[in-house]
Write a protein that binds this ligand. Structure first.
Ligand code: FAD
Length: 450
């Protein structure tokens, strides 16, 4: 018998970027929701760097929290392309202004922790809405809803449950046949991610907001200086062929010894003209982690009154910086579809009929799966190029990329950005001027009943 049984319109599972962004969307619509987080804190000081692209920022701008987020990060400055084998700088460019002109916003460089904190601070009634130490274990169907059970014996009844519970999603397992055709997912790379305190030599080498992309054979480093003299970086390396496919529920985990081997591999990689090496960052770690990088887009995101979004159903490698931005995009797609099929006054609808929900969830899948599959595959091509996987990648990186006009080099990023959607309904509409139309502006969409 559950200790506690409460009723809401929506239960969100997971308090990462996806869960908190969705919470803020629902808050704006005055929908009664509760967010259940397995761990004891909503914005723990763990995790990696995040580059927020214009399409992610556009949605956060609509939620009225862009200022808050901007003060949680720095606009990205110059980006240095380096050859990790020789230490040579091949190209230095400043792309931020190009993104701002094209898409209305620059690039925002921060950490997952700071972004989560900013989102968390924007949640009204956090004590009642964001419940920690609530690990969801099972979801039961009710005649007109769902019952979400947690490991402390509580149960939360709702019209829908949205799984925003990341790569090791429990909610995903409740959705029938959640795997891609073929079952296994690709997992070509491992990743060591960290933040370090800047030492004087690092401060001299990398300006606030500036960063570097460093390539070597079967490996690659992304780094950048953030707020408060923190350096964020991650090193990726190619996994052995035997590990490059895995079950989505059995993603490789790494040991301390594996981590030491990674550090050995990257410690002599040079990231500044003065010869400063990665060892300087390894000696001053504030936090770090090591993870496998599966990549996938699941075809089925929903079943009945259950839907999963974010990393639970699509996982990018971090090199192209699209993972978190796609999570934010999925929140907007879901909120738009709910309004489209159930009506704009969601807050005052006591019952959300299953047929309308099914249509809404189908819209989300139809709008997302193909788009995200392409973006995930392009991200894989990018990491393969940057880690010189194919015979031509090193030639491309060393002799062609340095001379490509910015227009050409940024094309894949811009192509991803323009697929981003905006929140429809009673949200502030984006006003930032931009030269390139978003796809939804190009094709006049059907009139919204909003
Ligand atoms: C090194 C690195 C760099 C990255 N850089 C970028 C970047 O530059 N730009 C970008 O856009 N993206 C980037 N990403 C990707 C981005 O961080 C993720 O896509 C995003 O954070 C995923 O958010 P999420 O909320 O879907 O999942 P998560 O962040 O994994 O959150 C899931 C939450 O659910 C909780 N949870 C899990 N199971 C349960 C359960 N059973 N019950 C209750 N709660 C549960 C977890 O505790 C967690 O809080 C990067 C990722 C990495 C690893």
């Amino acid at each position: 018998m559950a200790e506690k049984h409460t009723k809401h319109q929506v239960v969100i599972v997971g308090g990462g970027i996806t869960g908190l962004t969705l919470a803020l969307c629902l808050q704006h619509l005055k929908v009664d929701y509760v967010l259940l987080e397995a761990y004891g804190s909503i914005a723990p000081d763990v995790g990696a760097s995040i580059l927020l692209f214009p399409h992610g920022q556009r949605i956060l701008d609509q939620l009225g929290i862009l200022d808050k987020l901007q003060s949680a990060g720095l606009p990205q400055g110059t980006l240095d392309y380096r050859d990790g084998a020789t230490g040579q700088s091949l190209r230095r460019s400043d792309f931020g202004d190009i993104f701002r002109r094209r898409h209305g916003y620059s690039l925002l460089w921060s950490s997952r922790h700071r972004i989560l904190r900013a989102l968390h601070e924007a949640v009204a009634e956090p004590q009642q809405r964001l419940l920690v130490n609530k690990r969801v274990t099972r979801i039961d169907s009710l005649p007109e809803g769902v019952l979400v059970n947690t490991d402390d014996g509580s149960a939360y009844e709702a019209q829908i449950v949205v799984g925003c519970d990341g790569v090791h999603s429990t909610v995903r397992k409740e959705i029938a046949s959640p795997k891609r055709t073929g079952g296994d997912v690709g997992c070509e790379y491992g990743c060591f991610f960290a933040a370090s305190k800047c030492t004087p030599v690092v401060t001299e080498t990398v300006e606030p907001g500036a960063g570097a992309l460093i390539s070597l054979q079967d490996g690659q480093v992304v780094l950048g200086r953030g707020l408060d003299d923190e350096m964020y970086f991650f090193c990726t390396w190619t996994l052995p062929t035997s590990q490059q496919k895995c079950s989505i529920d059995d993603i490789p985990r790494f040991t301390k010894e594996d981590k030491e081997r990674v550090l050995d591999r990257f410690r002599d990689v040079v990231f500044g003209d003065n010869g400063v090496r990665m060892q300087e960052l390894f000696d001053n770690l504030i936090r770090s982690g090591v993870t496998a990088l599966p990549h996938y887009t699941l075809r089925k995101w929903s079943s009945g009154r259950i839907i999963a979004i974010g990393d639970a159903v699509h996982k990018f490698n971090p090199v192209a910086g699209q993972g978190g931005n796609s999570c934010i995009d999925s929140c907007a797609l879901l909120v738009n579809a709910l309004q489209e099929h159930l009506g704009t006054d969601l807050a005052n609808m006591p019952s959300w009929p299953l047929p309308s929900l099914s249509q809404a969830f189908e819209d989300v899948e139809n709008a997302s799966v193909r788009k995200v599959t392409t973006l995930v595959e392009e991200s894989q091509n990018m990491i393969r190029l940057l880690s010189w996987r194919r015979w031509y990648d090193k030639i491309m990186y060393r002799y062609i990329v340095p001379y490509l006009p910015a227009y050409f080099l940024l094309q894949p990023h811009s192509a991803a950005i323009v697929t981003g959607v905006r929140l429809r309904g009673p949200f502030k509409q984006p006003e930032a001027k931009h030269d390139w139309l978003y796809d939804e502006e190009r094709v006049p969409s059907k009139p919204m009943s909003l």
